[in-house]
Design a protein around this ligand. Sequence first.
Ligand SMILES: *Cc1c(COP(=O)(O)O)cnc(C)c1O
Length: 393
Amino acid sequence: MTETAMMPTYARIDLSFERGEGAYLFSTDGRRFLDFGSGIAVNALGHSHPHLVKVLQEQGAKLWHTSNLFRIPEGEKLAGRLCDASFADQVFFTNSGAEALECSIKVARKYQSHNGHPEKYRIICCNGSFHGRTLATIAAGGGEKLLAGFGPAVEGFDHVAFDNLNEMKAAITPETAAIMVEPVIGEGGIIPASHEYLKGLRETCDEFGLLLIFDEVQCGLGRTGKLFAHEWADVQPDIAASAKGIGGGFPLGACLATKEAAAGMVPGTHGSTYGGNPLATAVGNGVLDVVMAPGFLSSVIAISNYLNEALEKLTKRHSDKIDLVRGAGLMVGIKVAEAYPVGNVITALRENGLIAIPAAENTVRLLPPMIIEQSHVDEAAAILDKTFSELEG
Ligand SMILES: *Cc1c(COP(=O)(O)O)cnc(C)c1O
């Protein structure tokens, strides 16, 4: 590959794109790909969605940025809509998922100190989770690879097994401020938490005076067929982080909180220069226009059921190569047998015209845009079948 001036923190694929349309990407070398990666769950409405293009162009011609020193009507509108549709009363806008988590962590710590418990600052997280790449969020993730070489990990994060309520309870100490989990683990291999576990976390937090934080950066914003994945368990957190799909490709994130949880977040306690600027939040409103339109989320559920049926057939046909398929809605993991490294599977799929994303546990991750139709699923299923047939260990 030719040398570039980009800091080589990514082992990039030697492929670039010039155009996207719905569920398809067109590469600079003239090929067409069915995009079931959506830029890692970001292009929630596919590429160049007409409504998002219109909103972006209209707002782009009017006003981009004013700073948070002034009121931002587009942001107030988006915050109000997110709160009307969720557990939350207040929203802090960010530019990324990691920042939404940073804000969530700060809100939880501030809540405890604001309520006379400055000693309660620790947050219990789960092994195999991913919360971002800032110093605090790599400490929250806790993985060796995330932390190596970056000095002492930020203090105050404890780790237990995912989906294990007993371990979670046993880890609580007088210094614990909050529990933070992904309702569906993303990077870690597409692993949904059981609904009983999420309910148990709520009860545990209530019993011990802790705040419950859900990281919905990947699983939220409609991907599972509900606006937020935790709705399936009928559980409400105190704080939730959103990003990825929320801007449909425009950098935007959000920390949602109840009024009680955010009581300590008074003027001067937190900020962001760009966060939630008029351009970003106009686009965010455009995404919500589509996602909250009557029938949209039920169409996500319907197409995800159709995808699941196709993947069940695929698993049966290739049971020697596929261990299992798991996930929630349009967040699906195909766990491949160890003899077939996931990187090779992803490359082979791409050569056959399908973009998918690797995740931990040798998992092929499918995060198609929420606008896909049956024909897209049929096309993806045919490519998956062909690829697994050709695959050699
Ligand atoms: C992607 C992701 C993040 C980090 O988001 P960035 O926008 O990359 O900072 C945090 N949590 C989860 C669950 C994610 O999938």
